[in-house]
Design a protein around this ligand. Structure first.
Ligand code: RBF
Length: 169
């Protein structure tokens, strides 16, 4: 079996520097997202001194902070955390789609992984259940996805076809 498979499931390098952008809007939810993101980073041996947290006002402000961090912040990857809850007007739809679109654009523009941990829910109960692990644990999942993307990036950048051993099966 000589097919090489890259899954990103290997331990990420502990010297990686990770940016976490978290919005303050719906702070009870986003604090949970942040706590679970930090727990995952520590579980995966990323030292605290390699973590930078940027707190922004609302989800709308996340893309600018992400772009600035990637350009000037000496990070290797960024996790974005926020919580949008539908209100009585169309504001929610506008912020949700523009924020997601802007983060997607950043993912395309930079040679650096960025993950999407912005909850978009109809009620606060839905958001809570997706932040605290009852339905999902978005802070953890977005962080895991970033660390996985970083290991995938690392392995692809190595000359994988010149290696004699299979990376993972
Ligand atoms: N930011 C969020 O992160 N989640 C929200 O659910 C949210 N709802 C908002 C609803 C309204 C009516 C307004 C005006 C802003 C809301 N924001 C929300 C804040 C937004 O992301 C941003 O911080 C502000 O619009 C200032 O640029």
């Amino acid at each position: 079996m000589s097919i090489k498979i890259i899954t990103g499931n290997e331990k990420p390098l502990s010297q990686r520097r990770i940016g976490v952008i978290v919005s303050r809007y719906n702070e009870d939810i986003t604090t949970l997202l942040l706590d679970n993101a930090l727990e995952e980073l520590r579980k995966q041996d990323i030292p605290d001194e390699n973590i930078i947290i940027v707190k922004v006002a609302g989800s709308w402000e996340i893309p600018y902070a992400a772009r600035a961090l990637m350009q000037h912040g000496e990070v290797d990857g960024v996790v974005t955390l926020g919580c949008l809850i539908k209100g009585e007007t169309s504001h929610y739809e506008i912020i949700a789609s523009t924020t997601a679109g802007a983060i997607q654009k950043i993912a395309e523009d930079f040679d650096m992984p960025i993950t999407f941990g912005v909850l978009t829910c109809f009620t606060k109960a839905q958001a809570m259940a997706r932040a605290n692990g009852h339905v999902a644990n978005m802070g953890k999942e977005a962080t895991k996805a970033l660390l996985q993307a970083l290991t995938i990036q690392e392995q692809i950048k190595k000359n994988i076809f010149s290696q004699t051993t299979t990376l993972e099966q």
